[in-house]
Design a protein around this ligand. Structure first.
Ligand code: NAG
Ligand code: NAG
Length: 389
């Protein structure tokens, strides 16, 4: 284990070791064939992501407060998704898939279209051209080399959201066709027997509006059909990397002008979208990210997405307790402690959301570890993280 981790850190090509790793898996588990008409989280537990685990163990190392350190060590063993938004992350999948017990499922968030955010000033249309080969084909090759390991993949946070919400922006209109083709390509190419897929569906605060949820269903439908109705598509992901409540009622923003929205919490969003998708004959089950929604009432409004100050870890990953057949499981899709973006206004990557009064400061760049913020999440976790005395 240690050796493989080290090799990944050194950036040694995973390909050189994949044959060895696959043999390891083959010894332990039968070939995986997931039935996406069923809730796979009833038979598989979310695997501890080895990359996040190493980050958390290093973080625990420097915590002086013994009680807090114990909580950190607890979090190190919680299952979480590996977030793929650059080439380094993609090369880590091999490591994450190493030595996975037969009853565990590896979670991945595919976020290769990050540079294709047509609403951002860092928009890079080239990202769209390279997407299929660099991201999807490369990932599919790795997944195929682990036919005895189960994977759950959330496809492209913000994909549907961007197509619906930014439909008026010229840069988004110009790139929409190619963006749609790429999403369809991902669904089609990653439709493998050992994989179950969820297409990201934003959150109630973005797509829950009457004016947005029908267009979102249309986009979902178009992607599903363009991908040839992939058998492994189970449904959609909600609140991925976000901060919304699961079942708070009335909703966090129900008493503001935001009260016009029928999806005041994510459970309501799953019910609303799941219902519409089901009527349209589409896969309609959901996973919900509860990694950082332990504390509510911290934000100006529910679109605030960056390093929310005072946040805590939320419910642990589980297929139990969602209270809704349409909701397969709570998952930790985001690694709590990993920054959403820099609070440094002088940085070329600065986004105002990361500098607002509801954001934790200082915060390093997107994807970098933020130790003080990780400690806030530990302290504020709801439910509290239980440790033995
Ligand atoms: C998947 O599960 C459903 C529901 O139990 C069943 O009807 C179907 O035959 C299964 N599909 C496969 C390929 O096993
Ligand atoms: C990918 O992002 C991580 C932060 O998550 C960073 O440390 C790494 O250098 C990045 N790799 C590339 C190739 O940009």
């Amino acid at each position: 284990m240690k050796t493989v981790n080290l090799l990944a850190y050194l950036g040694v090509g995973a390909a050189a070791f994949s044959a060895h790793v696959s043999r390891q898996d083959a010894v332990n588990c039968p070939l995986v064939s997931l039935n996406a008409t069923l809730n796979v989280w009833k038979s598989y537990r979310l695997h501890t992501n080895s990359i996040y685990r190493d980050q958390v163990l290093a973080a625990a190392e420097v915590i002086k407060d013994l009680a807090l350190k114990k909580k950190a060590l607890k979090v190190a063993d919680v299952g979480s998704f590996l977030w793929l938004s650059n080439a380094t992350h993609l090369s880590q999948v091999e490591n994450a898939a190493f030595g996975v017990p037969c009853d565990r499922i590896v979670g991945l968030v595919l976020h290769g279209t990050k540079s294709a955010d047509c609403s951002s000033r860092n928009f890079n249309p080239l990202g769209l051209e390279a997407y299929q080969k660099t991201w999807v084909d490369a990932l599919a090759t790795t997944l195929k080399s682990h036919p005895r390991t189960a994977f759950a993949i959330v496809i492209e946070p913000q994909a549907l959201t961007r197509l619906v919400i930014n439909a008026d922006l010229a840069a988004c209109r110009a790139s929409a066709a190619s963006f749609r083709a790429n999403i369809a390509y991902a669904l089609k190419t990653l439709n493998l027997p050992n994989v179950v897929l969820y297409l990201d569906a934003g959150h109630g605060g973005s797509l829950g509006w009457d004016a947005n949820n029908k267009p979102a269903v249309n986009e979902f439908d178009a992607a599903y059909k363009a991908a040839g109705r992939p058998s492994q598509l189970r449904g959609f992901g909600v609140n991925i990397g976000h901060w919304n409540a699961w079942d708070l009622s009335p909703g966090e923003f129900a008493t503001t002008r935001e009260g016009q929205n029928w999806a005041q919490n994510e459970q309501a969003w799953v019910r609303l979208l799941g219902g519409l998708l089901g009527k349209a004959g589409l896969p309609n089950h959901a996973v919900m990210d509860t990694s950082r929604n332990g504390v509510l009432g911290l934000r100006y409004d529910w679109t605030r997405w960056c390093n929310v100050n005072g946040a805590g870890f939320g419910r642990l990953p589980s297929a139990e307790g969602t209270g809704l057949d349409l909701a397969d499981a709570f998952v930790w899709a985001k690694g709590g402690g990993v920054s959403d973006g820099t609070s440094d206004a002088a940085s070329p990557n600065y986004d105002a959301a990361c500098g607002g009064q509801d954001a934790f400061k200082p915060s390093p760049g997107d994807g970098e570890w933020n130790q003080p913020y990780f400690e806030v999440l530990l302290r504020e976790a709801r439910p509290e993280i239980k440790v033995e005395d």
